[in-house]
Design a protein around this ligand. Structure first.
Ligand code: COA
Length: 172
C-alpha cells in the first residue's frame, strides 16, 4: 500500500456529487427532507476526509446548518466538498450545496453550506495523524482562515460547557 504523504493540496481530494431528488425523499410539506440533504453532506464529506487522510475517518461534529431555500422534488442538487483545514488528527471539511430547479433554466440556487469535523482513526478507532492540507488559491486560503476561526469557537464552546458542568457539580 502507498504511504500517506505529509501534506496534500485541497484540490486533490475535492469531490462533487449531483443527485436528482425523488418523491420518497419528501417531508410532510412535499419539499425535500433536510435529513436527506444532511446524509448526502455527511457522505460527501466522509469520502473527502478518507481520501485526504488515506484511510478511515469518522464524523466528530457537524456545525449548525442553515437551509436558505427549500429543495423541490425533481430538483437537481449539487454537493461540492473539500478539506478546508487540518489539525493533528482532525480535518474540517466544507460542503456547499446548490440546486438546479427541475422546471427552469436559470442560475443555480445556493441551498446551504455545511462544515464538518472528521477525525482520522486507526484500526482501533484511535485518532491518527493526517497530512496537512495545502491551500493553493486565494479562495482556499480564505476558507482555511475561516476554518481556524470556527475551530477556535468550537474549542472555546466545549471548554466553557465543561467548566459550567464542573461548577454545577461543585454547587457554585
Ligand atoms: C472523534 C473521536 C475519534 C475523538 O476521539 P477522542 O478520544 O476525543 O480524541 P482526542 O481528544 O484525542 O481528539 C482528537 C481530535 O479530534 C478533535 N475533536 C474531538 N472531538 C471533537 C468535536 N466534538 N468537535 C471538533 N473536534 C473534535 C480534537 O480537537 C482533536 O483534533 P486534533 O488532533 O486535530 O488536534 C471519538 O470521539 C469518536 O470515536 N467519536 C464517535 C465518532 C463516530 O462514530 N461518528 C459517526 C457517528 S455514529
Amino acid at each position: 500500500m502507498a504511504s500517506t504523504p505529509s501534506s496534500r493540496p485541497t484540490s486533490v481530494t475535492r469531490l462533487s456529487l449531483s443527485h436528482i431528488t425523488a418523491q420518497n425523499e419528501t417531508n410532510l410539506l412535499g419539499t425535500v427532507h433536510g435529513g436527506v440533504i444532511m446524509t448526502l453532506v455527511d457522505s460527501v464529506a466522509g469520502v473527502v476526509a478518507a481520501r485526504h487522510s488515506g484511510g478511515a475517518a469518522v464524523t466528530a461534529s457537524m456545525d449548525e446548518m442553515v437551509f436558505l431555500v427549500p429543495v423541490r422534488v425533481g430538483d437537481v442538487i449539487h454537493l461540492s466538498g473539500q478539506v478546508n483545514w487540518t489539525g493533528r488528527s482532525s480535518m474540517e471539511v466544507g460542503v456547499r450545496i446548490t440546486a438546479d430547479r427541475w422546471d427552469a433554466v436559470g442560475p443555480e440556487v445556493h441551498v446551504a453550506s455545511a462544515y464538518l469535523v472528521f477525525v482520522a482513526v486507526d484500526e482501533h478507532g484511535k485518532p491518527r495523524e493526517v497530512p496537512q492540507v495545502i491551500a493553493e488559491t486565494d479562495e482556499e486560503r480564505r476558507r482555511l482562515r475561516e476554518a481556524e476561526i470556527r475551530r477556535d469557537h468550537r474549542l472555546a464552546r466545549r471548554a466553557a460547557i465543561i467548566e459550567s458542568r464542573k461548577a454545577g457539580e461543585a454547587g457554585t
